[in-house]
Design a binder for this molecule. Structure first.
Ligand SMILES: NC(=O)c1ccc[n+]([C@@H]2O[C@H](COP(=O)([O-])OP(=O)(O)OC[C@H]3O[C@@H](n4cnc5c(N)ncnc54)[C@H](O)[C@@H]3O)[C@@H](O)[C@H]2O)c1
Ligand SMILES: O=C(O)C[C@H](O)C(=O)O
Length: 328
C-alpha cells in the first residue's frame, strides 16, 4: 500500500460533492492501492451539513479513506494538498449562461489561488469545476505565483463524455469502441466537440454520420446538454459532473490509454493558433503525471472557425475578469 495523498475538495457539502467524495474515497480516482486523506472546504454556514456528509463517509467504511479534515479556511484545506478539486461555486439557473456567473464566482477563485500558492504541495494538480470553469481556473492560476501555471486545469471532460455517449447512441457502438474525441475551447455553448479525428471501431466517425447530423444535432446537443439537464432536473448536473472530475484527475494522475487521448482545459502554449495563456480545451495525452497537447492534427476551415469562436469568447471572459481586478 502506498502512503496516503491529500485531496482537497471545495464546495464539499454541495450537490457535486455529495457524489464526488464517495467516488474518491472508494479508489475510483487514484486507484485501489492509493489511500487518501480528504481535506474538505465549505463556507461557514455549510459546515453543519458537511459534518453530516462526513458521517456518511465514515459509514461507508472505505478501506482507502485514511482521514478527513473539514474547514472553512482555504489555508487549512489546501495545506500540503497533492490534488485540489475546486467545485465550490454557485451553479447557474434556467435561462442563464455560465458566463453570467463570472462576477459571483470569480471572487472565490482569487483567494483560493493565493492559498494554493502558499500552502499546497509544490506538485499539486488543480482541477476547476465551478463555473465558468475555464476562466475561474485562469483566476486561480494567475493568483498563484509560486506554482507552475500548468498545474491549473479546467473541466471539459463532462462535455467529452457527453460527446462519446451521443456518438455511441447514433452509431449503435459501445462507448469503449470510440477513440480520439476532442472538445476544443470553453466549457460553454461555444465549445467545439470535434469528430474530425474520432474513430468508431477504427472507422472514421465522419464516414458513419452525415454532416447535417454532425453540425445541426451532435454539436448543439453536446454544447447545450448542461442547460437541458437544468431544464429537466431543476438543478444542474451533479453525478455526471462528479464522474467526469474523477475521470479527469485519474487520467492526469495515472495516464491515458495507448492510441487514445482525452480533452482537458489547460493553459494554451499557442498550439493550433489558440492565444497563449487562455485555459482552453485541447486533446491531450498524459504520461508520468504530465499532460501534452496532441500535435500535428489537420484543422479544416470548419474547425478553424469553431475553434476561433470559442477562443474569442474566452478572450472576452479574460478581459472581463481583468476589469474586475481578478487577473493582471
Ligand atoms: N465544469 C463542469 O462541467 C461543471 C459541471 C457541473 C457543475 N459545474 C459547476 O460546479 C459548481 C458547483 O455545482 P453544485 O451543483 O455542486 O453546486 P451546489 O450549490 O450544490 O454546491 C456548491 C457548494 O459550494 C459551496 N461554496 C460556495 N462558495 C464557496 C467557497 N468560497 N469555498 C468553499 N465552498 C463554497 C456552497 O456552500 C455549496 O455547498 C457550479 O458552479 C456548477 O455550475 C461545473
Ligand atoms: O450547465 C451548467 O450550468 C452545469 C454544468 O456546467 C454542465 O455542463 O452540466
Amino acid at each position: 500500500m502506498k502512503n496516503p495523498v491529500r485531496v482537497a475538495v471545495t464546495g464539499a457539502a454541495g450537490q457535486i460533492g455529495y457524489s464526488l467524495l464517495f467516488r474518491i474515497a472508494s479508489g475510483s480516482m487514484l486507484g485501489q492501492d492509493q489511500p487518501v486523506i480528504l481535506q474538505l472546504l465549505e463556507v461557514t454556514p455549510a459546515l453543519k451539513a458537511l459534518s453530516g456528509v462526513v458521517m456518511e463517509l465514515q459509514d461507508g467504511a472505505f478501506p482507502l479513506l485514511a482521514g478527513v479534515v473539514t474547514t472553512d479556511d482555504p489555508m487549512v484545506a489546501f495545506k500540503d494538498a497533492d490534488y485540489a478539486l475546486l467545485v465550490g461555486a454557485m451553479p447557474r439557473k434556467a435561462g442563464m449562461e455560465r458566463g453570467d456567473l463570472l462576477s459571483a464566482n470569480g471572487g472565490i477563485f482569487k483567494p483560493q489561488g493565493e492559498a494554493l500558492s502558499e500552502v499546497a504541495s509544490r506538485n499539486v494538480k488543480v482541477l476547476v469545476v465551478g463555473n465558468p470553469a475555464n476562466t475561474n481556473a485562469l483566476i486561480a492560476q494567475q493568483n498563484a505565483p509560486k506554482l507552475d501555471p500548468k498545474q491549473f486545469t479546467a473541466m471539459v471532460r463532462l462535455d467529452h463524455n457527453r460527446a462519446l455517449s451521443q456518438l455511441s447512441a447514433k452509431t449503435g457502438k459501445p462507448v469503449g469502441s470510440i477513440k480520439k474525441m476532442t472538445i476544443w475551447g470553453n466549457h460553454s455553448s461555444t465549445q467545439y466537440p470535434d469528430l474530425s479525428q474520432t474513430t468508431v471501431d477504427g472507422t472514421p466517425a465522419l464516414e458513419l454520420v452525415d454532416q447535417a447530423w454532425y453540425e445541426s444535432d451532435f454539436i448543439p446537443t453536446v454544447a447545450k446538454r448542461g442547460a437541458a439537464i437544468i431544464e429537466a432536473r431543476g438543478s444542474s448536473s451533479a453525478a455526471s459532473a462528479a464522474s467526469a472530475a474523477v475521470d479527469h484527475m485519474r487520467d492526469w494522475a495515472l495516464g491515458t490509454a495507448e492510441g487514445d487521448w482525452v480533452s482537458m482545459g489547460i493553459p494554451s502554449d499557442g498550439s493550433y493558433g489558440v492565444p497563449e495563456g487562455l485555459i482552453y480545451g485541447f486533446p491531450v495525452t498524459v504520461k508520468n503525471g504530465e499532460y501534452s497537447i496532441v500535435q500535428g492534427l489537420d484543422i479544416s476551415e470548419f474547425s478553424r472557425g469553431r475553434m476561433d469562436a470559442t477562443a474569442h469568447e474566452l478572450e472576452e471572459e479574460r478581459a472581463a475578469v481583468r476589469e474586475l481586478g481578478l487577473v493582471k
